[in-house]
Design a protein around this ligand. Structure first.
Ligand SMILES: Cc1cc2nc3c(=O)[nH]c(=O)nc-3n(C[C@H](O)[C@H](O)[C@H](O)COP(=O)(O)O)c2cc1C
Length: 350
C-alpha cells in the first residue's frame, strides 16, 4: 500500500472494501478471523449497545460504502462522513501525505463527499447492523454559503440523517476548508444549536460535537458551557491539528505538503490533554469519544484513563493495519484482568 501515494491508497482501499462489503461469504470469513468478543468491553451508552470501545473515526469512509466490512473487522461502532448537504469534490489532489517517521498524516481533503441525499439513500438499504452507526455532518465546502444559508445547510443534513443515525456528530472543527472553522466561534455555534433544537424530541439520536485539537482552553471552556445548555450528550476529541510542532520528518518535505490537518502520533499528547480537560470540566458527566494517535493498547488505555468512554482510530489503521482493532480489544481485556477490574467502565478515570 505504501508504494502508492496516500490519495491512491485510500481510493483503492475504499473501492476494494466497498466490493468486499457486498460479498456476504467473505464478510463472514473476515468476521470469524477478526472479531473479538468480551462482555467486559460492552457498554450501554444513551440507549446504544457498543460491543467494544474501538470505533472507526470520521473521514475514512465519508460516503458509507464500507460499513459491513468495518463491522466484520471487529469495530465496536463506525462513524461515517463528514457528509454535507450538497455533494462536494473537495480540494484538488494531492491532498493527503504520509509522514512515516512521525507515524502521522497531513490531509486537506476538504470535505469531499457525495452529499446527504445520496449517502442517506445508500444507508437506508443497509442490512441491520449489530454496532452503532454515527453520522458526522459538516457545512458544505463552498465559501459562498455563509450566514443564514450556512445554518440552513447544516439543518438540512441534520434533519436528513436523524431518522437513520444512532448518533450524530456535528463537525465544527474541520481545518481544511477555504471558509475555515465557521462554527467554532461560540456565537455561531449557539445560533446553530438553537436552530437544530438538539434534544427537543426524546426520540432524537444523541448529538456529539467534534472538537479541534487546537482550541485554546478559554475557547474550549466557552464551547463546553454552550453545549451544556443545548443538550449535547458528548464530545469527539479531537479533529486534526493545523500545528506542525515536534515533527521529526524532513522540514522541507513538511513544507512541500502545504496546509492541512495533522493526525496520528504527532497529535496523540494534544488529544489526551483535551480529553482530560473536557473530562475535568464536565466532571465526567458527558460521553467523550477519544481520538488522535491511537496505535496500540497502551495508547488506548491512556485515553480511557484520561476520561474517554469510547475510542476512534484512523491514522493508526493506516500504519498498523486492520488487526489493530482486535489487538486493542484483546489488550484492554488483558489489562482489566491484570488490574482486577470487571468492566471497562472501571478504567475510565474517576
Ligand atoms: C485523511 C483524513 C480525512 C479526515 N476526514 C475527516 C472528516 O471528514 N470529518 C471529521 O470529522 N474528521 C476527519 N478526519 C479526522 C479524524 O476523524 C480524526 O479526528 C483525526 O485523524 C485524529 O485521529 P487519528 O490520529 O487516529 O487519525 C480525517 C482524518 C484524516 C487522516
Amino acid at each position: 500500500m505504501f508504494r502508492m501515494s496516500a490519495d491512491q491508497a485510500h481510493e483503492w482501499t475504499i473501492k476494494t472494501s466497498s466490493m468486499v462489503s457486498n460479498w456476504p461469504p467473505v464478510i463472514s470469513l473476515i468476521h470469524n478471523m477478526y472479531c473479538y468478543e468480551d462482555a467486559a468491553l460492552r457498554q450501554q451508552i444513551h440507549g446504544l449497545t457498543f460491543p467494544n470501545p474501538v470505533g472507526l473515526a470520521a473521514g475514512f469512509d465519508k460516503n458509507g460504502l464500507t460499513i459491513p466490512l468495518m463491522q466484520a473487522l471487529g469495530f465496536g461502532f463506525v462513524e461515517i462522513g463528514s457528509i454535507t448537504a450538497k455533494p462536494s469534490p473537495g480540494n484538488p489532489k494531492p491532498r493527503s501525505f504520509r509522514l512515516p517517521e512521525d507515524r502521522s498524516i497531513i490531509n486537506r481533503m476538504g470535505l469531499n463527499n457525495e452529499g446527504v441525499e445520496t449517502v442517506t439513500k445508500r444507508l437506508s438499504k443497509l442490512e441491520p447492523l449489530k454496532i452503532p452507526l454515527g453520522i458526522n455532518i459538516a457545512k458544505t465546502h463552498d465559501s459562498s454559503i455563509q450566514g443564514d444559508s450556512a445554518l440552513e445547510d447544516y439543518r438540512l443534513s441534520f434533519e436528513a440523517v436523524k431518522p437513520i443515525a444512532d448518533y450524530i456528530t456535528i463537525n465544527i472543527s474541520c481545518p481544511n476548508t477555504s471558509d475555515g472553522k465557521t462554527f467554532e466561534n461560540p456565537e455561531s455555534l449557539a445560533e446553530l444549536l438553537d436552530l437544530l433544537s438538539v434534544g427537543r424530541d426524546a426520540s432524537d439520536p444523541p448529538v456529539f460535537v467534534k472538537i479541534s485539537a487546537d482550541a485554546d482552553r478559554g475557547l474550549l471552556t466557552e464551547l463546553l458551557d454552550l453545549c451544556e445548555n443545548h443538550s449535547i450528550r458528548g464530545y469527539v476529541a479531537v479533529n486534526t491539528s493545523s500545528g506542525r510542532d515536534h515533527l521529526r520528518s524532513n522540514p522541507e518535505f513538511i513544507r512541500s505538503c502545504g496546509r492541512g490537518g495533522l493526525s496520528g502520533k504527532a497529535i496523540q499528547a494534544k488529544s489526551t490533554e483535551v480529553i482530560s480537560f473536557i473530562h475535568e470540566k464536565t466532571k465526567g458527566s458527558k460521553i467523550i469519544i477519544g481520538v488522535g494517535g491511537i496505535f496500540s493498547v497502551e495508547d488506548a488505555i491512556e485515553k480511557l484513563k484520561a476520561g474517554a468512554n469510547l475510542l476512534q482510530i484512523y491514522t493508526g489503521l493506516v500504519y498498523e493495519g486492520p488487526e489493530l482493532v482486535k489487538t486493542i480489544n484483546q489488550g484492554i481485556s488483558r489489562v482489566l484482568r491484570k488490574e482486577g477490574k470487571e468492566h471497562i467502565y472501571q478504567l475510565v478515570s474517576g
